[in-house]
Structures are given as structure tokens and as C-alpha cells.
Design a protein. Structure first.
Length: 424
């Protein structure tokens, strides 16, 4: 259990970090202020602040975020009546605004806020030291910080460094960069996996006998690199079709057609019956052939990523075309359960799971659902067609609908996962 927990945190943390780093890097390139870069959600465990960005580590390892100035998840409103303390710099401008009871500013000026403008003209005003006979206004420095209620200190968000102030192209690229990084991670990990297992496997019908308790194929004369072209007279062209035909013929005498170096051979064998998930299937002791050539291994990350992408998109299309089931989806509970299986398979299992999960996250985030990266990209495209953005109210309403949909879906998926894996 401890190994599974550690693996889950490392795998999920790496995927989230890579995803959010994509948003972070391209936001910086676009001149957008990244106020906070967080790994994890919930209560803050640790933070480190540079001149521009505060980096935080939070308690729950189920996500992360890049908080951009003016972004959907960026709120910095100081409502009238909010008690704060101000640190005044040498040029008589406010450089720090403390709203937290957890932090005390040395020589801070106590103020009850009446109004603020921290985006355009940069000022804050209110009653100083409880004196309501006079409203005092202070200029706020462009690089001033706000200490929030939980003690996290972040930069204020002037208009010129906000997300919407960047060009449309930069905003679109910033939105796309997270999923893009997940695709890159999948390619790299699949390539590493190929070298770990010592060769490239694909969905072809080229096979290799295994040295296991099932030696039916080896005993029948099947050799490494043979291509099985037919099973019991039925043509097979890939691994999925081949394995499906073999599994159907447990304890049945079967003739297989083999292509060996351009010559056709007929072999007769009887698949051995095995129990797999309470089902009886046929097995002859073969695995997918591995190509050990360096060029094939170097490009394997791209080919495996493409093949898995096609399979995932096919599965998604199947769900949206009328065959939807909550069992087709998995939340953190399902990911944790799958992590346990992957961990039991060693390094290769963990790497395969890491690449698969990263690719999943990238593809799902590109779906045109409001609040996901794909929904934001769709709004960027609409803005490009209209030559102007949607109104702020319309965009907020669309995003809110997406958030509600995702929250409800996640609750349903999580409960379904709990029932599947823990309630018998």
C-alpha cells in the first residue's frame, strides 16, 4: 500500500507538473503575470516566492493550477470593510497589502478598505486607524503584493500583465501548452519504456513464442518473428484480431497459417484453456514480436503515442455516440486502483501507466468543454472568427456551466469508482 501511495503521488504529481508547466512557460513568454504556480489542491503546505511568481505545494495530490493575472480562477477583490494593513515603501507607495490574520506587517498601517483600484490607476483608500472622519488614499506600486487570508503572498494583477491583455495567438498557445506538454511526456516515456523492455512492440500479427508454462506454440514449431496470417481459416492482420481468435478456441484443435521469411506454412495446435477474470480463454504462449533495431526504438515513442491516441479517441467517440457508461470513466479512485496494478508490474508497468495517463489527460483537456483547456481554445477560435471576444458576462456564464458539469460528473464518477473497487 505504501509503495502504491508513493507511486501514485509521483506519477500524478509529474503529470500535473508537466501539464501546468506548459501553461506557465508560455504565459511567461506572452508577458502574462503568473501569480501562483501550485502543485496539489487544498490547504497550503509550503510556498516560495520570487519577484513575480509564488510557488506553492498543497495538501491534496489530485491536481494543480497556474494562476494567471486576470484568469478565470484569479480573484483579488478587496471588498469595502475589509481590514488590511499596508506597508509603505520609500517612494510613498504601498508595496504590500496584508489581508491575513496569520501574518503581521512590521510598521504596517491599519486600514479599513472603502474602495480599491488594483488594475488600472493602482490605488487603495479607506479609514486609517479606525478614524472614519477622513478617507485616505494611497498609491499602490505596480509590483506590489497581497498577502491573502491563508498567508500566501502574491503579486497584484495590473491590467497590462493580465491574460486578456496578451495577443489572441499568445492566449491560444498558452491554453494549448498544457495538453501539448502531456503529449510530449507520453512520447518521451513510451520511448524510455521501449529501451527498458528491450524492443518495440506494436499491434502487428508478427509474434514470438514465450518461455512460460504454456508452450503450445513453441511445441508446434512456431519461431520468433513468424507472422500468423490466419487462424482456423480466418484471416488475421493485427495482434488484437489474432489474440481474439486464439482466445475463442480453448481446447479446440486449430490450424494456423504462418508466413516465415516469405514462405507459407501450416501448423496444427490446440490452445490451452486458461481462466482469465472468471472467463475461459485459449492460450498458446505467444507475445508480440519486438523489433530491437535502434531506429525503430527511437521512433517508438511517436508510434505508440499515435496508436494509443487513436484508441482513446475511438473510445471517446463510442461514448458520445450513444454507448456512454460511468464505468468507461475513472477519477482519482480508479487511478489509484490502477496504480496498484501498475506498481505490481515493476518499472515497465509504471512507465506504461505514466504515459497512458499523461496522454489521457492531454486528450480529455482538449475536449471542447467549458472550463477545460479545449473549451478555452474554442472561445479563442470564436474570438478570432468574430474579430472580438465574447462579452465577459457570456464567457463567465459559459465557464460556470462547464464547471458545474465537471463537478457533477466528477462526483458521479468518484462514487461509481468507490462502488466498483471498494464496495462488494
Amino acid at each position: 500500500m505504501i509503495t502504491t501511495i508513493i507511486t501514485f503521488i509521483i506519477v500524478f504529481g509529474l503529470i500535473v507538473f508537466i501539464h501546468e508547466f506548459g501553461h506557465f512557460y508560455f504565459a511567461k513568454r506572452a508577458g502574462i503575470l503568473v501569480r501562483e504556480f501550485s502543485i496539489g489542491m487544498g490547504p497550503k503546505l509550503f510556498n516560495y516566492r520570487t519577484s513575480e511568481t509564488t510557488y506553492t505545494l498543497r495538501l491534496l495530490p489530485v491536481g494543480g493550477y497556474v494562476r494567471m493575472a486576470g484568469g478565470d480562477d484569479d480573484e483579488d477583490e478587496l471588498k469595502p470593510g475589509t481590514p488590511v494593513s499596508l506597508y509603505i515603501g520609500e517612494d510613498n507607495q504601498v508595496t504590500r497589502i496584508n489581508t491575513s490574520q496569520k501574518t503581521t506587517l512590521f510598521n504596517g498601517v491599519p486600514l479599513s478598505v472603502t474602495a480599491t483600484d488594483l488594475e488600472d490607476e493602482l490605488w487603495i483608500e479607506g479609514y486609517e486607524n479606525g478614524d472614519e472622519s477622513e478617507v485616505k488614499r494611497y498609491a499602490v506600486a505596480h509590483n506590489a503584493t497581497v498577502i491573502e487570508k491563508d498567508g500566501t503572498e502574491v503579486r497584484i494583477a495590473p491590467k497590462d500583465v493580465q491574460f486578456q491583455s496578451a495577443s489572441l495567438g499568445h492566449r491560444l498557445m498558452t491554453n494549448f501548452a498544457g495538453p501539448m506538454n502531456n503529449f510530449i511526456l507520453a512520447i518521451v516515456v513510451y520511448t524510455v519504456l521501449t529501451f527498458v523492455i528491450g524492443g518495440v512492440t506494436n499491434n502487428s500479427n508478427r509474434v514470438a513464442p514465450m518461455s512460460t508454462d504454456v508452450t503450445v506454440a513453441r511445441d508446434a514449431g512456431l519461431k520468433n518473428g513468424d507472422v500468423i496470417t490466419a487462424v482456423a481459416g480466418k484471416k488475421v492482420t493485427d495482434w488484437a484480431t489474432l489474440s481474439g481468435q486464439i482466445q475463442k478456441r480453448a481446447n479446440q484443435k486449430t490450424q494456423v497459417t504462418v508466413d516465415r521469411n516469405g514462405k507459407t506454412k501450416q501448423l496444427t495446435l490446440t490452445p490451452k484453456a486458461k481462466k482469465v477474470e472468471n472467463k475461459t480463454v485459449g492460450a498458446i504462449g505467444i507475445t508480440q514480436y519486438r523489433d530491437h533495431s535502434l531506429p525503430a526504438m527511437l521512433v517508438s515513442g511517436f508510434t505508440q503515442t499515435w496508436q494509443m491516441t487513436v484508441r482513446l479517441l475511438t473510445a471517446i467517440w463510442s461514448m458520445v455516440s450513444g454507448h456512454f457508461s460511468l464505468n468507461d470513466l475513472g477519477g482519482p479512485v480508479a487511478i489509484f486502483a490502477t496504480t496498484s496494478t501498475a506498481t505490481s508490474e515493476g518499472l515497465a508497468g509504471v512507465l506504461n501507466f505514466l504515459a497512458f495517463l499523461s496522454l489521457n489527460l492531454g486528450i480529455v483537456n482538449l475536449l471542447p468543454i467549458p472550463a477545460l483547456d479545449g473549451g478555452k481554445i474554442l472561445l479563442n477560435v470564436i474570438e478570432g472568427i468574430r474579430r472580438k471576444p465574447l462579452s465577459e458576462n457570456v464567457e463567465t456564464a459559459i465557464t460556470l456551466v462547464g464547471v458545474v458539469f465537471l463537478v457533477v460528473l466528477m462526483l458521479l464518477v468518484t462514487w461509481n469508482d468507490i462502488e466498483r473497487y471498494f464496495i462488494k
